[in-house]
Design a protein around this ligand. Sequence first.
Ligand code: ADP
Length: 468
Amino acid sequence: MKQVNLRAMIAIRFALLVLTVIFLISVASNILIKRQFEKYVEEKQNTQTEELAQNLSSQYDDAKDKWNLDYIHGLGMYALNEGFIIKLYDSDENVLWDAENHDMTLCHQMMNTITFRMQEERPDLDGDFVTHRFDLKQNQKVVGFLDVSYYSPYYLNENDFQFITTLNHILVAVGIVSLIGAIIMGLILANNITEPIVKTSEIAQQISNGHYDIRFHSDVRAKELQNLTEAMNQMAGSLEEQENLRKRLTSDVAHELRTPIANVSSYLEAIIEGVWEATPERLQVCYDELDRISKLVSDLERLQQVENENLNLQKTEVDLLELTKGVVRNFETKISQKNIYCLVDGTHVIALVDERKMQQVVTNLLSNAIKYSNDYEGICILVEDTGEQVVIQVKDDGPGIAKEDQKWIFERFYRTDKSRNRKTGGAGIGLAIVKTIVQAHDGQVKVESEEGHGSKFVVILPKSEKPV
Ligand code: ADP
């Protein structure tokens, strides 16, 4: 398909639209005004002839049985100038005054001019000179007759044509000015619409080239365009986060593997070169390091398995308080080794969940709480029913998690620098597994923590979801 410039397309369409509207309005108003004007002219012509008849009848002096012929002559000449050819008779039909007799040349000239002009300008009228007879009366008595010849249905004089021409000129001028205005407005409108789109597509291009830090600050008022730029910024933001995470993941995995591999290689090298004797203790150290690597690999496999299995949850009705208590029992040895006080409280809430996976969630959260708690500290697990949802809280008095780490800890292999230094074990996938399982149950997990003041992990699950 042929590619068209959006800006030009909007501007042209807008201008065309305005042009069409102006054209239709001009044509309609032209037709209406013209029709109205011509109706007015026709009515004027009728009243003029009637006035003429009335005026002439008053020129008869009944007492003297005489007509004021001087005045009639003046009136006749005036009427001739206005396009009326009159012929006046007395009551016995004797001609008193005849415009044609009086000035035949002028009459014919006038008739020719009017006929020619009207047939040229308004051939559709199909007009012609007609003669209309009026009875001239005084006190109900017929005192004479008047024949008025005029161009029917009406005729337009010089001034009338001038008026119509001026009207047309004004409409054309208005049309041209509006068209120029429409083009300018169309360009402004097109610019307003396309500018953010053009910028957004430039930004999308830059993002696809790997510049994830780019952001678009627009001050457009249109909600949809604002949404588009916001969506773009959000996309850039999450891509940036993913990119950072990917980089961190690679370096984390490398970091996790580097130390045990380096240790094992140096020990084995020393043994091979005969520097060290292969005592059971030294071989045990090598074995332990290899064990760490194998745990990391099995963690990876576990995560992958959870992600795959989550598509297929085996949901049953489970008492989550009982489930939690069961998990705590599994950790009794570890809890007592660290002299931790662990409290489980709450209500017996029945929820539709995958029991094995939910055990995994509580296990991971409790295992972290134990792992990061110091000896003699306390852990509190609370199961609550909020009506629509079940809330499971796992709270410890451990070291807490820094604000900047909190949004990352649910990502795979993310471990805070502190926990890395403490060598608390784990590859940083426990919380990633928690998040995957909880989300598969349409729930959410969040952390509330402050450095030095313990951590609280909150799992919120919907209660009434039907089995799949
Ligand atoms: P790990 O195997 O390192 O425990 P997790 O995914 O379970 O991995 O946790 C990710 C990181 O979150 C941990 O490395 C740790 O820094 C932090 N974290 C998790 N739970 C706690 C907790 N209860 N107290 C303090 N930090 C925690």
